[in-house]
Design a protein around this ligand. Structure first.
Ligand SMILES: Cc1cc2nc3c(=O)[nH]c(=O)nc-3n(C[C@H](O)[C@H](O)[C@H](O)COP(=O)(O)OP(=O)(O)OC[C@H]3O[C@@H](n4cnc5c(N)ncnc54)[C@H](O)[C@@H]3O)c2cc1C
Length: 330
């Protein structure tokens, strides 16, 4: 290796160590691979000089860990973001919002599908850089958006700024999956939740049983998901049905209300004005834990069914109705 590369590396490491330790940081990434998984799923793999500083939980897992990505505005290489690179101060979001709208680009939320740590060079093999996969849904027919369009056109070498947890902080922010001691799980989601459900399933231990119910646009979008657990994946193709109809029917056939076990009507959430986001810290018992995510109207209806009709313990179910049909996710 030439001395100038070594000097550059030393400079980068010094610069990183000089960063104050904060829970979140901005990662400067480049696309290193693009793989069309199916008609509507496109996996983009990223590398970056500081990606090894990306956080995870104490077990090294990312589960349903969410990140923010910055999509550049047309005509601008990247959002003008230099004042908040590296470790992010608590007010980083307000700081980003003060940038001119035409240059700051748009911010969207995605899930880390997979994170592979860097492997140092050995006598047998060269060094392998850290890599992250994000699986993007290409919702290009009907209501498209900047993130889906960016993903559809992404090429190896394209830059992307990503906001995520810093490994130097310790246990990371952004993971909601918290089954506690539950031995049975119900994972429910539309296509936007498939990356999180797949990542969760890969880490579940063998003694966990249950179902993962996944609604995707077409049968050609059914993906191979591996799991050591005894969790059955139920794939549903939406086709021409309304969003969430197949998902709701499948959940209602799997979780049937007991004759005498009726819960209370959950408080109303205005899904057009706010996000339906209820995530308990952890299920208390050994029973069922449910994790349910996707389009807000579908999740609202499932919440009503599970809380009111089934009487499910609200400490044992996470509801995340995070995108809304017909509304951009600003
Ligand atoms: C915690 C979290 C994790 C997420 N993880 C992922 C992930 O791993 N992969 C992923 O693809 N998405 C994921 N999403 C959803 C993603 O953030 C939204 O789909 C987002 O709206 C996409 O941004 P956009 O710029 O493409 O569209 P926007 O500009 O936000 O929306 C434009 C239009 O497209 C519609 N739209 C948005 N998403 C879809 C969709 N999936 N299908 C059909 N119409 C849509 C909107 O209703 C709107 O009408 C996640 C969201 C959250 C909050």
């Amino acid at each position: 290796m030439s001395s100038s590369i070594l000097e550059n590396e030393a400079t980068t490491i010094e610069a990183l160590e000089a960063d104050p330790i904060k829970p979140m940081r901005v990662f400067d990434l480049q696309v290193s691979a693009v793989q069309q998984l199916s008609k509507h799923f496109r996996r983009i793999t990223f590398t970056g000089s500081d990606l090894d500083l990306f956080g995870s939980n104490a077990a090294g897992e990312t589960l349903d860990l969410r990140v923010k990505i910055m999509i550049p505005s047309p005509g601008h290489a990247l959002p003008e973001f230099s004042n908040i690179r590296g470790s992010l101060q608590d007010d980083w979001y307000q700081s980003w919002r003060t940038l001119d709208e035409s240059v700051r680009g748009v911010m969207r939320t995605y899930t880390v599908r997979s994170l592979r740590r860097a492997v140092p060079a050995s006598e047998q093999s060269p060094a392998v850089p850290a890599e992250m996969d994000i699986d993007f849904v290409l919702h290009l027919d009907g209501g498209s958006g900047p993130a889906a369009e960016w993903a559809a056109g992404a090429l190896v070498g394209d830059p992307l700024l990503l906001v995520g947890p810093c490994a130097r902080w310790g246990d990371c922010l952004g993971i909601e999956f918290a089954p506690g001691n539950a031995e049975r799980v119900l994972l429910v989601g539309d296509e936007t939740a498939v990356p999180a459900i797949a990542a969760i399933l890969e880490t579940l231990p063998a003694h966990i049983s249950g179902h993962a119910v996944l609604e995707v646009p077409t049968a050609a979008d059914f993906l191979d998901i591996s799991t050591p657990a005894s969790v059955e994946a139920v794939w549903l193709a939406r086709g021409s049905m309304p969003h969430g109809e197949a998902l709701s029917a499948a959940v209602q056939s799997l979780i049937v209300p007991a004759a005498c076990d009726v819960g209370e009507e959950p408080e109303e959430v205005d899904i057009d004005a706010s996000i339906l986001w209820e995530t308990p810290a952890g299920a208390a018992g050994h029973g069922l834990y449910a994790w349910i995510a996707g389009e807000a109207a579908t999740i609202r209806d499932l919440r009503r069914y599970l809380v009111r009709d089934v009487g499910m313990d609200r400490n044992a179910v996470a509801f995340m109705g995070y995108w809304r049909k017909g509304q951009a996710l600003d």
